[in-house]
Structure formats: structure tokens, C-alpha cells
Design a protein around this ligand. Sequence first.
Ligand code: ADP
Length: 310
Amino acid sequence: MKNIYFIGECMVELRAMSAATLHQSFAGDVYNSAVYLKRCFPQVTTSVVTALGQDNLSKKMLERFEGEQINTQLVFAHDSKVPGVYYIETDEYGERSFIYWRNDSAAKKVVDFLDADALEQLCQGDMFFFSGISLAIIEESAREHFWKVVTQLKDAGVKIVFDPNYRARLWNSIEETKEQYHLAFTLADITLPGVEDLTTLYNVHSVEAVVEYLEPYKIEEIVVKNGPESVVTKQADTLQSHTIIPVTNVVDTTSAGDAFNGVYLGARLSDKSISSAVQLAAKAAGAVIQQPGAIAPKDIFQLAMVEAGI
Ligand code: ADP
């Protein structure tokens, strides 16, 4: 059975439904990817590696992970911290705005829990995924240990997967981000950047420019996302462009890239070719953006994926 670990943060989501009503759910890039992967490829063991607290919301979050059949063996409970929270509201023009309370979240401590036992378990994985958001939330003092863990996993034959998912507000400076991303690209076997993320950081404005920028890193598999534009992949010397059918009824693009990542990696772990993995991933992302919120209702999502031939 194939096995993938997603390290990072899942938050409590509070969505304003009306002036007096908030809808509470859970979301976060690596969690979103894990959910969509598992929904499409139940045979792949899918684990989230994070830290929560001992509070009731943490317990509910853990139950939600389990409800999505996500393995929680490496979900740790911090003795004094609690999960991060974000509030989202959409104005009358459909513009979304967010407020975050995540600077002191339990997830920032996740690397402290990566002891020899955890490492032994992670070494059994086929893939280890982290994003630019995972990197940003890890405390500076824990970075050295984090990179040591990633290096050990790579040496053990685990494929290292990185999505830059750049969020400027989570970083102190662009220089700091670039330094961390350089380490990530150096160790990555697979990377799934979006053009927009890299534009701010490296002044690259097209899928071709992204591929060229990554050339010196010798990454085995590069998958460049660009909204509704074609996805471009590069494996060894094979460059392929994959046409995406644009969705006309876009409701909320939150987690398009996360759904894409999860389904793409699930497909690759299930021995699908790069082009069929991209098609399935694009179908999943297309379904997700027609629903509000990060996690689409299971039945609607499942139906779209059955239509996609999964
Ligand atoms: P990210 O969230 O990483 O910035 P993108 O916005 O590039 O990701 O989108 C990720 C994927 O979602 C795209 O590669 C595509 O498959 C799908 N997608 C995004 N926007 C659309 C759209 N308008 N129509 C159809 N598919 C879309």
C-alpha cells in the first residue's frame, strides 16, 4: 500500500454567513490536499503531520481528520497551545477578505515532535509533502532540525514534494523566503509551483520561465499550475503542455491548487501517467472552485470525479 505524509497546519475556519451567523469548519493547504487525495484514492494511506492542542476544537479537528479517513498517528497534541483560526467574509462584490490568528498556533511547534520514532515512521513513506506555508509557520529555531529530517527522508528513498504556495504575510522578508525555498528546491523530487507564487519572488511571468528558473535544481518532476491556463510538466527532458477546460461558474478559488496537488500525487502514487494525473487533478480543482470554501461537499465532489472516470 502506498503511503504519503503531509506536514503543516490545519486551522479552524470561521465563515461569515450573515451579520449574525458564522459557519465553523476546518481548512489548511496540506489538510485540503490530504482530503482530496484520500477521497479519490482510498487505497493510498494518507497522513497529516501536525500539532493541535488539548482543547475541544482540537478534538473536533482530529475527529474530522478521521472522518476523512486520514491517518492521525503523527498528529500531536501540544500541552498548552491551541489551533490557529481564520475568519473569512465575502463582500457584496464577491471579494473575499481574511483575518488570521495563527502566530501562536500549536502547529508552529510540529517539528519539536519529530523524534526518532516519528522519523522512523516517516521513512516508511513513499512521499513527504510540505508547502511554502508549512515552511513559513515552522519556527526559525526549528528549521535546522526540519531540514535534517527532510534530508534523512530523502536519503531513505522517500520522494520529497514541495509546493511553494507563497504567502508574503507569513514571512519576515523575501530574502528569508528565498533562502528557505532554495533549500526546498534543492531537496525536492517533485515540485508543483503556481506561476503567480514565483512571479513575486523571482520575477518569472510564464510557465516556461518557471521551468527555466528551476532547471539548475535537477528536480525529477516539475508541474507548473497557472489558473485556467495550461499546466506544463517536465520530467527528465520531456516537456508537456496539458490543456485545462476553464470553468465558467467559478464560485470560490480557495484550495484549487491544494485539490490539484492532492489528486495529482494520489494519481502518481497509483501509477497513473503524468498526463492522466494532470487531467484528474484539473478535474478535481475545477469541481472544488464551483463550491464555496476549501472543502467541497463529499457527494458533489465524488460525483464530479466519477464523471472524470476515476
Ligand atoms: P494555486 O491555488 O496554486 O495558485 P492555480 O490558481 O494555478 O493554483 O490553480 C490550480 C489548478 O486549478 C489549475 O492548474 C487548474 O487545474 C485549476 N483551475 C484554477 N482556475 C481554474 C478555472 N478558472 N477553470 C478551470 N480550472 C481552474
